[in-house]
Design a protein around this ligand. Structure first.
Ligand code: SF4
Length: 337
């Protein structure tokens, strides 16, 4: 059975902020506010779907500013969702919000309505980047609210964006390290995509904002992925999905339908070279053993890794071996060509 989150998008109509990358209406294709009845309808549809394991599913209020919307309206949505948590039909409630919209009063309310996970849109831990992109919060807000969320016993999720206006690889890596230090349970990494009708689109058109190339974004995000893995932090999303209405709204930016897989292939490519270096393995014919689940990731899209390694002088044969862990490889020399 499939465990799935029942996602309910709550737009922040009247949001006082002007984040450079945001045009909620364009991103979501929806501007109407859901009602408590909409919450009930969405959960009932999931409950009636025999292929969904609802007892392990969560109701997710997404949109980025859930705790900043009108308080009574927020509570009305939570009440509708909490009915299903109390009855045991749904595992819990998750939501996403801004780092400066968390305090003890809010957390007390969320706790009393069965919220289990809170995700914060941190985006960057660099002051200048946050200011340049009009985020309206500081890195310290991210630190304070993350600590408070953990102290209350909620699962903490953090989101970061790479390639924002006035950012660079160094600042993005610093952000990832600073966020890893806060020990979130989950991370989402989004390379910045320029959407229609945003300030970023104007900056891009005027030449003030240069979008990172896809290769660069993959290279950087592969490093960030490894950093979070080393810190035992689960990355639950890497790159926007096509379902985020990216296609029709994208002006520019490093978007790819399989962005996460490109990053995982990049990691395998680097791992191969590191393995050769550590084991003093030279170029020539090699057999690489990988877990069956990782076969396509090692090979890369359109055999990209095989081709890149061939240019370096490695002639690779890849074999599936279920004794190898999913994120590991073993290289054997001259077993076959
Ligand atoms: S991303 Fe920024 S501008 Fe957009 S809704 Fe959230 S806080 Fe408001």
């Amino acid at each position: 059975m499939k465990t799935s989150n029942i996602a309910i998008f709550v737009p922040h109509n009247g949001c006082p902020h002007m984040c450079s990358f945001c045009n909620q209406r364009e991103i979501t294709g929806q501007a109407t506010q859901p009602t408590p009845q909409d919450v009930v309808d969405a959960v009932e549809i999931a409950l009636n779907s025999i292929s969904t394991d609802t007892q392990n599913s969560e109701i997710g209020f997404f949109g980025g500013s859930f705790t900043a919307i009108d308080r009574q309206y927020m509570i009305s949505l939570l009440k509708a969702a909490y009915t299903y948590v109390k009855s045991g039909q749904i595992h819990g409630i998750r939501l996403s919000t801004r780092p400066d919209c968390i305090d003890t009063e809010i957390l007390d309310i969320l706790k009393s309505y069965g919220v289990t996970s809170i995700e914060l849109g941190a985006q960057s831990m660099d002051d200048d980047v946050l200011i340049a992109n009009h985020r309206g919060h500081t890195p310290q807000d991210v630190i304070n609210s993350s600590r408070l969320i953990k102290k209350y016993g909620f699962s903490l999720g953090l989101q970061m964006m790479t390639g924002l206006y006035k950012s660079d690889d160094q600042k993005d890596y610093y952000t990832a390290k600073a966020l890893a230090d806060l020990q979130p349970d989950t991370m989402r990494i989004y390379p910045t995509i320029v959407m229609k009708n945003t300030q970023l689109a104007d900056l891009y058109r005027s030449g003030k904002y240069i979008v990172p190339a896809l290769d660069n974004a993959v290279n950087l995000c592969a490093k960030l992925l490894q950093l979070f893995h080393k810190n035992n932090i689960k990355v639950i999303r890497l790159g926007l999905h096509s379902s985020d209405s990216v296609g029709e709204n994208r002006v520019a930016g490093p978007w790819h339908p399989a962005f996460a897989e490109l990053c995982q292939s990049e990691i395998f490519y680097n791992d191969f070279l590191l393995y050769c270096q550590r084991h003093s393995i030279g170029t020539g014919d090699k057999t690489v053993l990988v877990n069956p689940k990782s076969l396509s990731k090692f090979i890369g899209q359109k055999k990209s890794n095989i081709k890149k390694l061939s240019k370096l002088g490695y002639n690779i044969v890849v074999k599936a071996d279920d004794t190898i862990l999913a994120d590991e490889i073993k290289i054997e020399e001259n077993i076959s060509k």
